[in-house]
Design a binder for this molecule. Structure first.
Ligand SMILES: Cc1ncc(C[n+]2csc(CCOP(=O)(O)OP(=O)(O)O)c2C)c(N)n1
Length: 512
């Protein structure tokens, strides 16, 4: 058996059955092996940022790694931005990167690059395979590394001669290490602090934001009068009717600091201490008051849900109070203003939808407006590197079949990875994209105003996407995705309802 085939078989044996790919010559052995070995779902992305972003979406919805297949250093480099977002989401991913044959490398052929060097900043584990005989084992270790809590990126670089070399064998899958537990002493210390009754906030992150952890946190909140919060942007929150509503720290620093004013104790459950996205001259970076004490209940790699359960027991917290949310609103009528678009979305989010939020400035309030929508998952921008929405939708749709994906998508951000629409069409994925077409980089103008400036002739042109105007219906149609324009909320509601009732992708351009 050649090395590439042993790697494919080992990945499958280790539970990796989805591969997002943009192959080249050094990966031909791997993709040929996929013709012989059944069981791997392979999805072509037409840019590596789409491939790696799709793997992020898949990991967030399944908790398991997909493989990516990337071509040499340059292919990996194209995928780095989405890998950056995935790393900040603690998404498990196994990158398989083909490379120049090891004996050819000293000749310095065109694709020679520091592939390991490209991989390292986004990867918790990097290895360049050195023998076909061991390639199966390399694959098993890569999967184990990716599945190590809280979810990591593992990059296995495979020179072409290792792929084609004979003597490969299928490796035994390696165990997934359990997430470390918070020490009992830590739980007792945090309980003692909460018993003091001083103003406190518990920041929830990672799995504590999912349906199992939130009711436990809610028990603690009700028992001690402590507030629950999430950081501004999170990998995945389970929310909506019947679920514990959770506020996120506002983006604007003044609002964030106001939200936390008076807090004496900040308890961290599965998250690092939240900070502002940007620094401003003469302003603090932390959203927490200077005099607040920070207590780590569980670090991101620890089992935060277990730590919350232990804390609830230690506090003898009674069962969680029933969640009572008002009914979702009716769709709005009239012009496409922020509040009305958010209300229409809130009314129409279908049960078990997955909302991917790259709404940037226009969509900033939608999270707050959709607390009482039908139960759904909300996926946010963890790394602030633009272009996550359209690719993540691919992975989320494949990772959670039968659930509708709704992408709230700012237009400037969409252009970074627009090729994702083609993959959505090719795979007939149930994705509805709402393009918020303001034809500007509006948030940059807002940030400039925060600094006391305003766009001038040069800077203004660098924030303007209106000349020429992007035509989203034509862009989508050109990639095989049906699309229509909404000029007001009535049209938005009718197009959204139409898209939710049909199979396959649909794009709605909102002229805002
Ligand atoms: C990869 C990457 N490049 C550039 C930026 C800088 N940046 C931050 S916001 C922004 C503009 C976003 O525009 P758009 O998506 O249209 O949203 P809007 O601001 O109009 O709401 C840019 C370019 C970034 N965050 N990430």
């Amino acid at each position: 058996m050649i090395g590439a085939e042993s790697l494919v078989r080992t990945l499958l044996a280790s539970g990796v059955d989805t591969c997002f790919a943009n192959p080249g010559t050094s990966e031909l052995y791997f993709i040929s092996a996929l013709d012989r070995v059944p069981g791997m779902r392979c999805v072509l992305g037409l840019f590596e940022g789409v491939v790696t972003g799709a793997a992020d979406g898949y990991a967030r919805m399944t908790g398991r790694p997909a493989a990516t297949l990337l071509h040499c250093g340059p292919g990996l480099a194209n995928g780095l931005s989405s890998l950056h977002n995935a790393r900040r989401a603690n998404s498990p991913i196994v990158n398989v990167v083909g490379d120049t044959a090891s004996f050819h490398r000293p000749l310095d052929p065109a694709l020679t690059a520091d592939t390991e060097g490209f991989a390292r900043p986004v990867s918790a584990w990097v290895r360049t395979a050195s023998s076909a005989v061991n390639l199966g084992e390399d694959g098993a270790v890569a999967v184990q590394a990716a599945r190590t809590s809280p979810g990591r990126i593992a990059t296995l670089i495979v020179p072409a001669d290792i792929s084609w070399g004979e003597g490969g064998h299928v490796a035994t899958p390696l165990p997934v290490p359990a997430a470390p537990q918070a020490a009992p002493g830590t739980v007792k210390q945090v309980a003692a602090i909460l018993r003091r009754g001083e103003p406190a906030v518990i920041f929830l992150g990672g799995k504590a934001l999912l349906a199992e952890g939130l009711p436990v946190a809610s028990r603690i909140a009700a028992a001690c009068g402590v507030r629950l919060l999430a950081q501004q942007s999170n990998a995945r929150i389970q929310r909506g009717q019947g679920r514990v509503p959770l506020e996120c720290v506002p983006y604007a620093m003044a609002l964030a600091q106001r939200a936390l004013a008076g807090t004496r104790h900040v308890i961290l459950a599965g998250i690092h201490c939240p900070v502002a996205l940007f620094a401003y001259p003469n302003q603090r970076g932390s959203v927490c008051p200077n005099d607040a004490e920070v207590h780590v209940l569980a670090r991101p790699e620890q089992d935060a849900v277990q730590a919350l359960k232990a804390l609830a027991e230690e506090l003898h917290a009674p069962a969680a109070p029933a969640v009572s949310l008002s009914a979702p609103p009716e769709p709005a009528r009239g012009p496409l203003v922020r509040e009305a678009v958010g209300q229409t979305l809130a009314a129409l989010i279908p049960e078990e939808a997955i909302v991917i939020d790259e709404g940037v400035s226009f969509g900033a309030g939608f999270y707050g407006q959709t607390q009482a929508s039908a139960p759904h998952d909300w996926l946010q921008h963890t790394g602030a590197s633009l272009g996550m929405g359209l690719p993540m939708a691919i992975g989320a749709a494949l990772g959670a079949p039968g659930r509708r994906v709704i992408v709230v998508q700012a237009d400037g951000s969409a252009m970074y990875t627009v090729q994702a629409l083609w993959t959505q069409a090719r795979e007939r994925l149930d994705v509805t994209t709402l393009v918020l077409a303001n034809r500007k980089y509006a948030i940059l103008a807002g940030e400039l105003a925060n600094l006391g400036g305003q766009p001038g002739p040069v800077s203004g042109r660098l924030m303007d996407l209106g000349n020429p105007e992007l035509n989203w219906v034509k862009i989508a149609n050109g990639m095989g995705v049906e699309a229509a324009q909404a000029q007001d909320c009535d049209e938005l509601a009718s197009l959204l309802t139409h898209s939710l009732g049909r199979r396959g992708p649909f794009l709605i351009e909102l002229l805002i």
